[in-house]
Design a protein around this ligand. Structure first.
Ligand code: FAD
Length: 434
C-alpha cells in the first residue's frame, strides 16, 4: 500500500508501525509514508509529563513484548523470515545491547522496566528508524473531499495534516475530572504530577474511580501515601485478577481462532483477561494491604459538602438500578482512560461519514463491532484504524502492547485505496472514491 498514513500520537503503536514501514522500505517493498502527529513528545505517555505515570512504576507486560513481538510477520511472501530478522534490530534486547545494559538486566533477573526506561526504549527505536513526527495537538478530525478522492484532515493549532488513512492511538485524556478545579478531586494527570514532585497525600478516605491498568498503577503509588482507607470504584462485580497463564497469554500474542468465537465467548474472555482487571503483581500488593476495598457502581454525580466530596453511585442489581451516596476526603478520577476519547474531535462531516458506513448511530458498540481484520472500520473510506477498540473483533492483544508486531502487519497490509461497499457508495453524493 502507498499513500500517507497519519497516526494520532507518537506512542508505542505509532513507533511499531513506523519501524515496520521503515524496515519494509529498506527491503524495497512499497509502503505508505507514516507520519505521527504528537502533542507532547515521542512516547510521552510513559514519562512523568505525559500525565499517565510518574515514570517510576513498572511495565505490566514483559519488555520482550516489544515493537516487533511476536516476530511472526506474514506481509511479504517468501521474505517474512528476513522481515522478522530485520525487526529484531529494533527489539528490547537490541536496545539493551546497543546501550550497554544487557548483561546487567540479565544478571538482575530480567526485571520489568520502569515506564521511563520503556519510553527510552521506544524513543531509541523511533530515532533509529527516522520516524516522522509532526508537533501539535490534534483538536479536530475532518474529511477533505477532493476531485481525486477523499482524505482525512487532522487539524492542530498550527497546521492541517492530510492523509489517505488515519490511525488513532492512546488511552484518552488524563486531564479529565468530574469536578474540575476542585482541589479535592484529582484527575489522573494531577495525581501523577503530585507523585512526580514527591508530594504526599494525607487523607482519611480516598476514592479511585475506574478499574484496569490506570487504576492499578495509581493504587501501586497510593500504598506509600498517608491514607487510612482506599476505595476503588468500578462497575465490575469485584476486582478480578488478570489470568496470566500460558493459555490466557496466548490469546494476546496470537489471536488465531479469535474470530471463530461467538461474541458472547469473546466478551467473556475479554472480561477475564482485559477490562477492569488487575495484574497478579498488583493483586498481591492489594491483598497484603487491608486499607483497600472495592465498591461496585458507576459515579452518577459528585458534589462538595461539609469539606468532603460526595459521590452518588448507581449500581445495577438485576433489572433495577440503585443509588447510594458515599463521602471521601480525596477523589482520584481515573475515568479519563476511555477508548472513545477521540469521538469529540470528529467534525460533523467525519461523523456523517462514519455513521453512513456504520449504518446507524456511532456508539462504542457499533464502532467495535465494525472493526475488520486490518483494524480499521469496514466499509469506510478513507480508512480509520482504531486498534484501541479492536479487542472485541480481532483479539485482546491489539489495544495494548501484547502484539505490536502483529498490529503493524495488519495496518500496513491494509489496502488504503479500497472502496467501500455498494451501500456506502450509493449514498456518496460528493466525490468518486479512490
Ligand atoms: C499507566 C499505564 C500503564 C500501562 N501498562 C501497560 C502494560 O504494562 N502493558 C500493556 O500491554 N499495556 C499497558 N497499558 C496500556 C497502554 O495504554 C497501551 O498498551 C499502550 O500505551 C498503547 O500505545 P499507544 O501507542 O496506543 O498509546 P501511547 O503510547 O499512550 O501514545 C499515545 C500518544 O498520543 C499522544 N496524544 C494524545 N492525544 C493527542 C492529541 N490530541 N494530539 C496529538 N497527540 C496526542 C500522547 O501524547 C501520546 O504520546 C498501560 C496504560 C497505562 C495508562
Amino acid at each position: 500500500m502507498t499513500g500517507t498514513l497519519a497516526i494520532l500520537g507518537a506512542g508505542a503503536k505509532a513507533i511499531a508501525v513506523a519501524a515496520k514501514a521503515a524496515v519494509l522500505r529498506d527491503m524495497g517493498v512499497d509502503v505508505p509514508d507514516v507520519v505521527a502527529v504528537e502533542r507532547s513528545g515521542v512516547a510521552a505517555n510513559w514519562q512523568a509529563d505525559g500525565g499517565w505515570t510518574d515514570g517510576q512504576h513498572r511495565l505490566g507486560t514483559g519488555p520482550e513484548k516489544d515493537v516487533g513481538f511476536p516476530y511472526r510477520s506474514s506481509l511479504v511472501p517468501r521474505r517474512n523470515a528476513e522481515l522478522d530478522e530485520r525487526m529484531t534490530r529494533h527489539s528490547w534486547q537490541s536496545y539493551l545491547i546497543g546501550t550497554g545494559q544487557f548483561a546487567e538486566w540479565v544478571d538482575r533477573g530480567r526485571p520489568a522496566p520502569t515506564h521511563r526506561r520503556w519510553s527510552q526504549y521506544l524513543r531509541w527505536v523511533a530515532d533509529n528508524v527516522g520516524m516522522t513526527v509532526i508537533d501539535g495537538e490534534v483538536s479536530r478530525i475532518s474529511v477533505d473531499n477532493r476531485v481525486d478522492g477523499r482524505r482525512w484532515a487532522l487539524h492542530t493549532a498550527e497546521q492541517t495534516v492530510k492523509a489517505d488513512a488515519v490511525m488513532i492511538t492512546g488511552p484518552g485524556q488524563a486531564e479529565r475530572s468530574i469536578l474540575p478545579g476542585n482541589p479535592r478531586v484529582l484527575s489522573i494527570a494531577q495525581f501523577w504530577q503530585r507523585a512526580a514532585q514527591h508530594e504526599m497525600l494525607t487523607a482519611e478516605r480516598v476514592a479511585v474511580i475506574g478499574g484496569g491498568e490506570t487504576a492499578a498503577s495509581m493504587l501501586n503509588e497510593l500504598f506509600r501515601h498517608r491514607v487510612s482507607a482506599i476505595t476503588v470504584i468500578s462497575p465490575q462485580v469485584t476486582l478480578f485478577t488478570r489470568g496470566e497463564g500460558f493459555f490466557e497469554n496466548t490469546l494476546f500474542s496470537d489471536p488465531t481462532g479469535w474470530t471463530s468465537l461467538s461474541p458472547v465467548e469473546r466478551r467473556d474472555a475479554l472480561a477475564r483477561t482485559d477490562r477492569g482487571v488487575f495484574s497478579a503483581r498488583v493483586q498481591d500488593a492489594l491483598l497484603a494491604d487491608d486499607r483497600i476495598r472495592h465498591l461496585r457502581g458507576r459515579v452518577a454525580h459528585a458534589v462538595t459538602r461539609d469539606g468532603r466530596i460526595r459521590l452518588t453511585l448507581s449500581t445495577n442489581r438485576g433489572s433495577e438500578s440503585m443509588e447510594t451516596v458515599h463521602g471521601f476526603d480525596i477523589v482520584i478520577d481515573g475515568s479519563g482512560a476511555d477508548g472513545l476519547w477521540f469521538v469529540p474531535l470528529l467534525s460533523q462531516d467525519a461523523l456523517d461519514l462514519l455513521e453512513l458506513g456504520l449504518g446507524g448511530p456511532l456508539t462504542g458498540d457499533s464502532l467495535q463491532e465494525a472493526i475488520g481484520h486490518d483494524l480499521a472500520l469496514t466499509d469506510i473510506t478513507p480508512k480509520l484504524f482504531l486498534p484501541g477498540l479492536s479487542g472485541l473483533t480481532q483479539g485482546p492483544g491489539f489495544p495494548n502492547l501484547s502484539c505490536l508486531g502483529l498490529l503493524s502487519d495488519r495496518v500496513l497490509g491494509a489496502d488504503l485505496t479500497a472502496a467501500p461497499d455498494q451501500s456506502t457508495r450509493r449514498s456518496d453524493e460528493h466525490q468518486p472514491i479512490r
